[in-house]
Design a binder for this molecule. Structure first.
Ligand SMILES: NC(=O)c1ccc[n+]([C@@H]2O[C@H](COP(=O)([O-])OP(=O)(O)OC[C@H]3O[C@@H](n4cnc5c(N)ncnc54)[C@H](O)[C@@H]3O)[C@@H](O)[C@H]2O)c1
Length: 396
């Protein structure tokens, strides 16, 4: 399908120009031929000066209302912390402007359902920053996994010990294990501020991973069981309508010296792993390559670990950590990054604005967030929580 085109770049206002905006959205918009960095909005003058001087933002302001109302602005990228969501989305919808909003979509179910109502009623193009949906490794893995789930080619060597097998209801039904290795010493102050992130990583990190599981399984999540010991060790099991299971472990006492994200999927006698969006490995999936390696972004050690993939990235990381220790500058540890899809998500959103398919629309984001809220309630109340309960409670 040919991609839609637009003769002039879409003019974006970025509201909230903090860490993720300046690491990703602002440089990605500035570098794109299909987007223009029209306005940057923040409360911090030093941040706005950087947006103007380093990224050539045409306008800077403290006032997000003015940016949304500006007739020259076509689209909004909302990247404040989750404390500010509905008022901006509502104003953008009234002005008929497209919105890309960072995850999590909202901090309460009530606000989230109000956002869904606003988006559905207005019909604006809308995308939530579950950027993994646009990562090249995730997209390749998704295509392989869905093909295997829908049209499995069983391995000729699969051991069939008994001539006949009992008909099991979950024969072939998939399971996903998500392992997140993070280091909480790297987190920002607002993470611990209940007015900005009332549910901690169980909401602001979890929606990335519940969204990935929903996307890969293409199934209805029904029930969630979660255990949390504080905010650093959190484990979640999601049961889907088909009987599929997703287990998600957020381990925040880990280390940046190793890969952060491992997704392992098993179903229909096959296996697929996505290791830190650096490589995809498969086994027992007929016709799929054993291993696919994906390019890294911003490689500061191209001569080290040149083979790429996980071993290449680890070699670069070891060298970078040694340099960081020597210079006593922890920022030097960041060498090459896996492509988590941030730039592609915005480019795909431009396609969506111009008539292309949704990237992560409001319904997908609501579903991922509902699963996260079920996990929050389950951990608090020490019992399984159904999605039906969450919906009934949130709509009251
Ligand atoms: N998708 C991802 O990979 C990813 C990664 C990191 C963070 N995030 C999400 O992005 C959001 C921002 O995170 P961050 O780490 O960049 O936070 P941050 O604190 O660095 O940035 C937030 C910015 O918003 C500004 N701001 C606050 N209120 C404002 C207002 N009323 N008007 C204008 N600006 C305002 C602040 O001054 C700050 O510069 C969070 O919701 C977080 O969960 C997503």
């Amino acid at each position: 399908m040919p991609l839609p085109t637009h003769s002039t770049p879409l003019r974006f206002a970025v509201i909230g120009c903090g860490a993720v905006a300046r690491a990703q959205h602002i440089p990605n918009i500035a570098a794109s031929s299909r987007m223009e960095l029209h306005t940057c909005v923040d409360l911090d003058d030093a941040v706005l000066a950087e947006c103007r001087d380093r990224y050539a933002a045409l306008h800077v302001t403290h006032d997000w209302h003015a940016a949304v109302a500006d007739p020259e602005v076509d689209a909004i990228c909302l990247a404040t912390t989750e404390r500010l969501r509905l008022p901006v989305i509502q104003a953008a919808a009234e002005a008929g402007k497209a919105v890309y909003v960072e995850k999590p979509l909202a901090t309460t179910l009530t606000e989230m359902y109000s956002i869904r109502e606003v988006v559905r009623t207005s019909g604006i193009a809308f995308c939530v920053g579950h950027n993994r949906r646009a990562s090249p490794a995730m997209l390749a893995a998704h295509a392989i996994f869905r093909e295997h789930m829908e049209r499995p080619q069983h391995a000729a060597w699969r051991w069939q010990r008994e001539a006949t097998l009992p008909p099991l209801p979950d024969d072939g039904v998939p399971s996903i294990a998500v392992r997140i290795n993070d280091d909480w010493h790297s987190w920002k102050g607002w993470v611990f501020d209940k007015t900005q992130a009332p549910h901690g990583p169980m909401l602001f990190e979890m929606t990335h991973f519940t969204d990935v599981c929903n996307w890969f399984l293409e199934d209805e999540p029904e029930e969630v069981t979660a255990v949390a010991s504080g905010m650093l060790n959190e484990a979640v099991i999601v049961r889907y309508r088909s009987g599929a299971l997703a287990t998600i472990l957020l381990a925040n006492n880990g280390t940046f010296a190793y890969c952060k994200e491992l997704y392992e999927m098993m179903g229909n006698g096959g296996y697929l792993a996505i290791d830190h969006m650096l490589e995809v490995r498969t086994a027992g999936i007929g016709g799929a390559p054993d291993r696919i390696v994906f390019p890294m972004i911003d490689d500061k050690h191209p001569q080290i670990g040149a083979e790429g993939g996980v071993t290449g990235w680890l070699a670069k990381k070891r060298a970078a950590c040694a340099e960081a220790a020597l210079a006593q500058d922890p920022l030097l540890q960041f060498t090459a990054e896996p492509d988590k899809g941030h730039a592609h998500a915005l480019e795909r959103f431009v396609d969506q604005i111009l008539g292309g398919p949704e990237v992560c629309g409001v319904d997908a984001a609501v579903l991922a967030t509902e699963v996260a809220f079920a996990a929050i309630h389950s951990a608090e109340q020490r019992r399984p929580v159904t999605l039906a309960e969450i919906r009934a409670g949130g709509q009251r």
